[in-house]
Ligand binder design. Structure first.
Ligand code: UDP
Ligand code: MG
Length: 321
């Protein structure tokens, strides 16, 4: 007989009061239908400014059937850190965790397939979107650019996989050993090397509340991802420098030949152009190096990722010690 799998679901919540009750009801319906599991749900309030926390406390107190507990972080620390806060509190007896967005845009029914894959011996099961038809035009194209950039900078992300995944106890314990302050889970988890499977699902448009990822935040997220995994941008500066040196030498030879042959050559325009061209190259190069230096600066301070302001329900520490 199969032993009962103790599953924890971690939901990061930032201003999700409009969707929580609906999401938890759907989630519960699906989880109750999976055989051989016991579960608990942990909502991490990532410094919301709406009624998310009172809503988590209310549901946790009044709806025992949800097996819900909550952690309120003292301020907004971002999606990735909120997930880590949840993982650090799933409790020492949990066998596996599923992380997913609180708006349930990702099809919850895929959890059943994730559990099946886990039982087949996979330690990481990644939820991957079948298509991006439900996305807006802008989101679709920025996502394509995002994955293109990731691929070119050798960042190990799986296209169309976000934060919907199952991880075994061993994966969580290993993940919590990563000491970096700026975590990029989409890159770290697929690169850990544990046996991995993929589950495909359809993503629905958001039913309640608004997206917390405007373009500027997505851009920052992409920079975060690339600089977490790759020094290719710095290497490419060297390459661009070499190409521009080659161009400069070629233009120099052309100028000398033109003078020897007594031909006049365009002066002011070419001078200004090359001046601005090289000036911009230097600034871009400094900017790229600056990104990495800034990252080192933030990492060496080793500041805590988050502080817990309050908890509700049964919140435990993940540590088995
Ligand atoms: N989220 C969070 N902290 C943030 C931003 C977002 O915990 O600073 C959560 C949010 O509540 C949701 C998930 O991250 O559960 C994904 O956010 P959202 O649905 O807005 O992103 P989108 O689906 O639009 O990419
Ligand atoms: Mg969403």
């Amino acid at each position: 007989m199969k032993s009962t799998l103790r599953l924890s679901i971690v939901l990061p919540c930032f201003n999700e009061s409009a969707t929580l009750e609906y999401s938890l009801a759907i989630l519960r319906g699906v989880l109750d239908g999976i055989e051989g599991i016991s579960y608990n749900i942990i909502c991490v309030d990532d410094g919301s400014t709406d009624d998310t926390w009172p809503e988590i406390c209310r549901l946790s107190g009044q709806r025992a059937e949800l097996h819900l507990s909550g952690i309120k972080l003292s301020r907004n620390v971002g999606h990735q850190n909120a997930i880590l806060a949840g993982l650090e509190h799933v409790g020492a007896d949990c066998d596996a965790v599923v992380t997913m967005d609180a708006d349930l845009q990702d099809d919850v029914r895929a959890i059943k397939q994730m559990v099946d894959k886990y039982r087949e011996g996979n330690e990481i099961v990644l939820g991957v979107r079948r298509s991006r038809k439900a996305d807006s035009f802008v989101k679709r194209y920025t996502a394509r650019m995002f994955y293109g950039l990731m691929k070119n900078s050798h960042t190990p992300v799986v296209p169309n996989h976000a934060e919907y995944r199952l991880m075994s106890r061993r994966v969580i314990d290993s993940l919590l050993q990563y000491g970096e302050r700026n975590v990029f889970l989409r890159g770290i988890i697929p690169s850990m090397g544990f046996k991995t499977a993929v589950v495909y699902y359809d993503r629905e448009p958001r039913k309640y509340g608004k997206s917390k990822y405007p373009l500027s935040r997505m851009f920052n997220f992409a920079v975060e991802g690339i600089t977490s995994f790759s020094i290719r941008p710095i290497r490419s500066i060297f390459l661009i420098g070499m190409v521009s040196l080659f161009l400069t030498v070629s233009i120099g030879i052309y100028v000398i030949v033109a003078i020897l042959m007594g031909r006049s050559y365009p002066g002011w325009a070419s001078l200004m152009l090359s001046l601005w061209f090289l000036g911009s190259l230097v600034l871009v190069a400094l900017g790229i190096i600056g990104e990495y230096v800034g990252k080192i600066y933030l990492e060496v301070k080793h500041r805590p990722r988050y502080f817990i302001e309050s908890t509700t329900g049964e919140v435990q520490s993940t540590s088995q010690k």
